[in-house]
Design a protein around this ligand. Sequence first.
Ligand code: ADP
Ligand code: GLC
Length: 484
Amino acid sequence: MSLKVLSVASEAYPFVKTGGLADVTGALPEALAKHGVKVTTLLPGYPSLRARAGALSEAHSFTDLMGVPARLLMGELEGRSVALLDAPSLFDRQGGPYSDAKGKDWADNALRFAALGKAAAELARGAVPNLAFDLVHAHDWQAAMALAYLKYSDDGARAPPSVMTVHNIAFQGRFGADIFPKLGLPARAFALDGVEYYGGVGFLKAGLQAADAITTVSPTYAREITRAEFGMGLEGLIAARSGVVSGIVNGIAWDDWSPSQDLHLAKTYDAQKLAGRDANRAALESLFGLEPAPGPLFIVISRLTWQKGMDVLVACLDALVAMGGRLALLGSGDAALEDGFKSAAVRHAGRIGVRIGYDEALSHLMQGGGDAIVIPSRFEPCGLTQLYGLRYGCVPLVARTGGLADTIIDANTAALAAGVATGFQFDGMSDERLIHALERVSVAFGDRKAWRGLQRQGMKADFSWDRSAKAYADLYQNLIRGRA
Ligand code: ADP
Ligand code: GLC
């Protein structure tokens, strides 16, 4: 049986990406197709998407969607089935998907993403003739209101089943109660089992409450978010609904991230020809102004934020250099962290190189030339850069949390003896713990044969989408059967 799923998201690679969410919503549809699921992805009509909209045709129009006119444009874009919410006054503006060029959240984000949710619900309820969906899958708070609009539609009982995926529970879409009258929901929706959240409106909360199933992006994170330390205020709801919560670890787009055919590399290679990485390391050294040295070249590709533990890493950079390490960092985020890394690069010219910004091509080259990727996150729902690191033989050094705990096998004595280690993990976020972990990597790097073993073991790990896509397909089937 072929299933039709409407996936709702605020970003999807290759159309618009600010982080891992886009990698997942971009890659999952192709993987699901192999399991008999046809996904259509509804995205906001940002400028990057409008520019490609010529290939789409108008399928529906709204005279008043959150107070503005809008259209649904549908069709195939780069081999993907896409529905575009063309609402120029909400989405056709310069800047990022969520914030302006200076990083300030758009003041009307509540209405922008309520509109996305409302449009999704209308589409799922049959707004376009002869187009029916068997299930709605909403990703993160920006898409979550789709499920609330379905729940509170007149024929809510007949709405298709729904899945809410949490990619990061720290981002919740919380707004003041004053927004509620503008949402066009019935008064009864402003309630504990609806959209009300600590006296205001919570978009993610509303989606979690309305969804038939809740998933998050790793089994460990699924457990972590039932606790106050990780649940960010939603732990009670998650715990109460634990019967429908599961963790499905992300995969990676296997062909886009393949060192044997990656056009972004100076030299392609595979597990048998790891010496090919040397040319990529040399390219990195020259791009980041690093001097050749015998110690490991650490890399970081990350949002520079507290979540990612970047404040702790900044404090460890003198020690990293003192132990013979070098660092190439690509990222952007908190101004104070950007400054901290930039000044370390000045202090340790030739040893630390920093690129502030976003550069997809460079991120590939870094995975292909770096020796070890450092991911000291305080929490990490799944994390993708450690999976790219595994595939590229760039050995991951990660904090033992969320998806990082689930995807990396620490090189402890037992794992080394069994030949199954793929990286390094550390517990407890502190300068001392991170420095100790960096030292473990430096020492291991000194044993070339053992290091090659670690790289090859990581490269064997299969984090292609296949298994996880099957898990989503099974979940969809079960929910649809449950309704029948
Ligand atoms: P998160 O989504 O929390 O930021 P993930 O590890 O899941 O973390 O995904 C991050 C994605 O964004 C990866 O594809 C990573 O390579 C990419 N990325 C992060 N920062 C940059 C950057 N500055 N330049 C290019 N790619 C980046
Ligand atoms: C979020 C999480 C990250 C995860 C990504 C994709 O951005 O922070 O851990 O990998 O979503 O699911």
